[in-house]
Design a protein around this ligand. Structure first.
Ligand code: SF4
Length: 615
């Protein structure tokens, strides 16, 4: 058994002493998958690092014990700990690009793990490494074993990481967001592999993730973390069918999906509190819709609420009268009316080709067709989702329509916006069209200029595309914009780094709205966000669409988001649209075999949301 007992981890930070983990207990047995879930910053990854004694330099274990079959790992000398690490307990890290050694062939990295922890040596170890590469689904493993990491895609690097972790034949595997960077089909393959190995070798798996759908398909037990503490532990089926902690219920209600179409998602107000704070009462109290007057002053303990089910909430131990709170789910939105009349955007046979470097002695240019003849229409007030795996051409299509690839690529076909072909426009006509078509990018951290205050970020577009507005009118417009996206007006004078991910995405949305567009290309706008923040952003986008009749071209790989927000869907594979139609029809009865494979690979929560509503 791998056991964590009253673990306390502290970090020194500029703001003061951060209590990253505050009294954590858990026990993992062999053959079991135990999922540790929660939103960013709740302490999940720090738990894994503490367990492996790999804390960052400013961190230390301030108390508690970590035991492996009764032996205290925190008391072992580093040389013995090295045998445990990788040998008996392996870890798959979140970010494969930074976890692999870039100057070492991938095969050598796997062989290193095999030779360090198993009796195999030389050619036998190399043969085993090839075998592992094949098992994690790397094509042509005999050839790829001699590649350096830079030659592999992100998904392949993650699979190599998994091969390294498993090559040592550990008893326990700590998988920290092992599939977050992967496409759903590869994710399904990796999760199957972990399940198989678990059965074969009685592997104990500590699965750390924020993806509740993955957890529901993999885990035997679940622990939900919030602000450095576990707040609910339960068998997985029970957790998803009848969660007891108010935060768990809200999180499940915040998940988008077909069952929630036409209604707002539960948005959990506020953010996770900073962990340098001293807490007198319940850490979730400022955000809790069930909070009582004594919740702010009495700290709840993790208490038994059923066999193997523990909850940290006073509702069960000291019930009282609930404080009046705004209902979390405010009002029901109307589903968008079907698109009628002329489409706002009519894309015909769009091709985007990038020139490739020609090999030596090759005559003429060589091209890569990123988008290969796609056609679709989008009406005002409607949402079309472009879905598919990474590299299928969906982002390229969006960028081409927003006119961001004019210099880099050769584009053919037509993109008729209100009857005008965008690809034929130039000069002032193009400038004018740009005003009506905006884009929101995936990464709210990278898409805002860190050296510009929010007011300047928003005003920049207005100055360029709305020369008719004077300074006073522009200032008024900025106030309206921050109100619309739910930010305070003092946000205008602040810098992007002062905001959370969700707030930055709101700023990016305000920037897109500034020039009163009619079409917004949303390129994975919520994939970098936590579930509750994703719910806030999706609610906001739907509300703006309802109020202003905006059309969205929504690029995503998240089928739950598609089911929730899209009216129509186009499925892309290798630069082509393989299936297109009404969202409910395509997702319920896909006809193209690729769509069927894609949908089958999507992890799902089994019809829990309706039950959660009533809880
Ligand atoms: Fe909400 Fe009170 Fe329970 Fe905390 S203790 S989760 S504030 S009801």
């Amino acid at each position: 058994m791998l056991e964590i007992d009253d673990l306390r981890v502290q970090l020194d930070a500029d703001a003061g002493l951060v209590r990253a983990i505050d009294g954590l207990h858990l026990a993992l047995t062999r053959g079991e998958t135990f999922a540790l879930v929660g939103e960013s910053g709740c302490g999940k990854s720090m738990t894994a690092l503490a367990l492996m004694r790999l804390l960052p330099e400013n961190g230390r274990i301030a108390g508690g014990a970590v035991r492996l079959d009764g032996q205290d790992l925190l008391a072992l000398p580093e040389s013995r700990m090295r045998e445990v690490r990788g040998g008996r307990v392996s870890m798959i890290f979140q970010e494969p690009s930074t976890s692999l050694n870039p100057v070492m062939r991938v095969g050598d990295q796997i062989v290193e793990a095999i030779e360090a922890h198993t009796p195999l040596r030389g050619t036998a170890a190399r043969a085993k490494a090839i075998d592992w590469l094949a098992r994690v689904g790397i094509p042509e493993p005999q050839r790829r074993i001699d590649d350096y990491p830079f030659r592999l895609s992100g998904g392949q690097k993650q699979r190599v990481m998994i091969a390294i972790a498993l090559a040592a034949e550990p008893e326990y595997l700590i998988a920290d967001e092992p599939t977050t960077a992967l496409d759903v089909t590869i994710q399904a393959q990796i999760l199957d592999l972990i399940r198989d190995l678990q059965r074969e070798r009685q592997l104990g798996v500590l699965l750390i993730t924020h993806d509740l759908a993955v957890v529901s398909g993999m885990a035997h037990r679940v622990a939900l973390m919030y602000a450095g503490q576990i707040i609910e532990v339960a068998p997985a089926a029970e957790f998803f069918a009848a969660p007891k902690h108010p935060y768990a219920r809200l999180l499940l209600q915040a998940l988008p999906g077909a069952a929630r179409r036409g209604e707002p998602l539960a948005a959990i107000a506020g953010t996770v509190p900073p962990l340098w704070m001293a807490f007198a009462g319940c850490r979730f109290a400022p955000r809790c819709d069930k909070a009582m007057s004594h919740c702010a002053t009495t700290a709840p303990a993790l208490a038994e609420e059923g066999p193997q089910h523990q909850v940290r909430c006073l509702l069960y131990s000291q019930p009282g009268e609930a404080l009046p709170r705004e209902p979390v789910v405010a009002r029901v939105l109307m589903a968008a009316a079907p698109g009628q009349g002329e489409p706002l955007l009519d894309v015909r046979d769009l091709c985007v080709r990038f020139a490739l470097k020609a090999p030596l002695f090759h005559r003429g240019p060589r091209y890569f067709n990123a988008v290969d003849g796609i056609s679709f229409q989008l009406h005002a007030g409607r949402t079309l989702a472009l879905v598919g795996e990474s590299g299928c051409g969906k982002t390229t299509s969006g960028k081409a329509i927003v006119q961001l690839l004019r210099r880099q690529a050769s584009i053919s076909g037509q993109a008729l916006f209100e009857g005008q072909d965008l690809f034929k426009l130039g000069g002032p006509a193009l400038q004018q069209a740009r005003r009506y078509i905006q884009i929101i990018f995936q990464d709210p951290f990278a898409s805002l200029n860190p050296r510009m205050r929010v007011a300047d970020v928003l005003e920049e577009g207005l100055i360029a595309l709305r020369p008719d507005l004077d300074a006073t009118a522009r200032r008024e417009r900025l106030h309206t914009l921050v109100d619309q996206v739910g930010l305070r007006r003092d946000a205008l004078q602040r810098w992007p780094h002062e905001f959370s991910g969700g707030q930055r995405q709101r700023i990016a949305i305000a920037r897109a709205l500034a020039v009163e567009p009619r079409l917004i290309v949303c390129d994975e706008p919520t994939s970098a966000l936590d579930v509750s923040v994703q719910a806030q952003i999706l609610n906001l986008l739907r509300e703006l669409q309802r109020e202003q009749g905006l059309a969205y071209l929504f690029i995503t790989h998240n089928i739950g988001v598609v089911e929730y927000i899209a009216d129509e869907v186009a499925v892309m594979q290798a630069g082509r649209i393989v299936e297109r139609g009404r969202c409910d029809e395509v997702l319920r009865q896909p006809t193209a075999s690729f769509t069927q494979v894609l949908l089958k690979a999507v992890p799902r929560l089994v019809s829990i949301t309706s039950r959660v509503d009533n809880g």
